[in-house]
Design a protein around this ligand. Structure first.
Ligand code: GLU
Length: 204
């Protein structure tokens, strides 16, 4: 089984995420990726192959931030390539998603409600950030949408609506540019929340 990890707190998030990915490495995976969020900047990196490659590529990255997500992928839809590795993004590159599981109806979503979107990957996962973006656009005025200050409730509601389109299994972590938090959700795939002293850990 592949892995999903996330951190929100007061510590540097990247070392925590890399250590967590290393810990679940024994399960097997074909590619991996991380995203660090810091005051409206999203910095990500993906690798085909070992977590150690990710660690050495990022050793001098300067990716600092207190919020991060990470993923080790076991491909179900799309070859094990860098483009297909997680996280996946919406068209604007502002909504990032890591996902464990399988979205069974992703093809009909792509051809239906997301027929205007340009997809970069072959994965089932990529419909999720695009659907969240669609829900945000439907729910918010353009001024709210582009203010760069979306609040937790607005994002949570958009994620909820996006998930209502999905058939299949998922554990997801969602990072949104400018939002100081993560949204997590699961259905049929496991996801665990650890609550520390002013910090939260997500994993499976
Ligand atoms: N179905 C997704 C993919 O192929 C997620 C696979 C996984 O759980 O690692 O990218």
């Amino acid at each position: 089984m592949c892995g999903i990890v996330g951190y929100v707190g007061e510590k540097e998030a990247l070392p925590i995420i890399l250590k967590a990915l290393k810990r679940i490495e024994y399960r097997g995976y074909d590619s991996c990726g991380v995203l660090v969020q810091n005051q409206g900047k999203m910095m990500g990196h993906k690798e085909v192959g070992a977590i150690d490659c990710l660690i050495s590529s990022l050793s001098e990255s300067g990716y600092e931030g207190k919020i991060a997500i990470g993923h080790s992928r076991w491909a179900t839809h799309g070859a094990p390539t860098e483009i297909n590795a997680h996280p996946h993004f919406d068209c604007n590159g502002e909504i990032a998603v890591v996902h464990n599981g399988i979205i069974e109806n992703y093809q009909s979503i792509k051809e239906g409600v997301l027929s205007d979107c340009i997809f970069k990957s072959e994965t089932d996962t990529e419909v999720i950030p695009h659907l969240i973006n669609l829900s945000l656009k439907r729910k918010l005025s353009p001024t709210e949408l582009y203010s760069g200050e979306l609040n937790a409730m607005q994002i949570k509601e958009a994620v909820k609506e996006a998930l209502s389109y999905l058939r299949g299994s998922y554990a997801i972590l969602v990072a949104v540019k400018g939002f100081d938090g993560l949204v997590a959700a699961r259905k049929e795939s496991p996801l665990i929340l650890g609550v520390g002293d002013r910090e939260f850990f997500f994993g499976f």
